[in-house]
Design a protein around this ligand. Structure first.
Ligand code: SAM
Length: 232
């Protein structure tokens, strides 16, 4: 059975895509998508030997070798240009996901949709999308086993479309997530706020100097921004 997190990632794979799942580990996502009949063809990419073997074994066990190609390599380098039409990168930090996209830019030709699932640091991805003409078209946030996950879906288009004049805040919170304000969203940001408040307190105990003060005002500003967003 697939985790709810990956099930929600799979929902966004367009029918008939050639899916590339980068950092596939057990290849659960491509196996599920093929078995469900969502897609006919996928590539599972893995950089590390152990997970690469797990992916290969899973695909063999499910007898899906005809549909899923397991490849070893760093990020998008496992793809030829115009091969994949949908790329999923899930279960990593937002910084790593952005760097995989940045380093693999030349392999994004022909890709219609990105499905990105950062565990932390989603704002790094929103910034990358903005800078690279990918339009965020939808977002999800969900909680599973006490962990909160975000899913960002993007297509080539107008990168500014999802944002209002309050872009700086929306880059942090997610423009769609901020509008929706579901339970997971409220929980995530009240936890973050509590965390920032603890840091502010620690900084105050350390005393005064320009660096500490600057850090403190930045955190206080973030706290105020989140408070405003949550009270809307
Ligand atoms: N995508 C699966 C999921 O969401 O359940 C697996 C997530 S697992 C925590 C992250 C995987 O990404 C690891 O197996 C790791 O080896 C792989 N990975 C990390 N950096 C990578 C890179 N640059 N290229 C390909 N795979 C990478």
């Amino acid at each position: 059975k697939l985790s709810r997190r990956l099930e929600r990632v799979a929902i966004h794979i367009p029918k008939e895509s050639t899916l590339a799942d980068i950092g596939s580990d057990h290849a659960y996502l491509p196996c599920y998508a093929v078995l469900k009949g969502l897609i006919a063809k996928a590539i599972a990419g893995e950089v590390a030997e152990g997970p690469f073997r797990s992916a290969r074994e899973q695909v063999e066990q499910m007898e899906l070798q005809h549909a899923i190609d397991v490849r070893k390599g760093d990020g998008l380098e496992v793809l030829s240009p115009n091969e994949a039409t949908c790329i999923a990168v899930a279960g990593m930090g937002g910084t790593l996901i952005s760097s995989i996209l940045e380093r693999g830019k030349d392999r994004l030709a022909g890709v219609k949709r990105l499905i990105l699932q950062p565990n932390v640091g989603a704002s790094n991805i929103r910034i990358w999308l903005l800078e690279n003409d990918w339009e965020l078209i939808d977002e999800e946030i969900l909680e599973e086993d006490e962990q909160i996950y975000e899913i960002l879906i993007a297509e080539k288009g107008d990168p500014l479309r999802p944002y209002s004049e309050n872009r700086d805040l929306e880059i942090i919170l997610g423009p769609f997530l901020k509008k929706e304000q579901n339970k997971a969203f409220a929980k995530k940001w009240s936890q973050e706020k509590a965390h920032w408040e603890r840091i502010v307190k620690q900084l105050e105990e350390k005393g005064q100097n320009p660096d500490l003060n600057a850090k403190r005002s930045e955190l206080l500003m973030q706290i105020r921004m989140v408070e405003e967003a949550l009270n809307q």
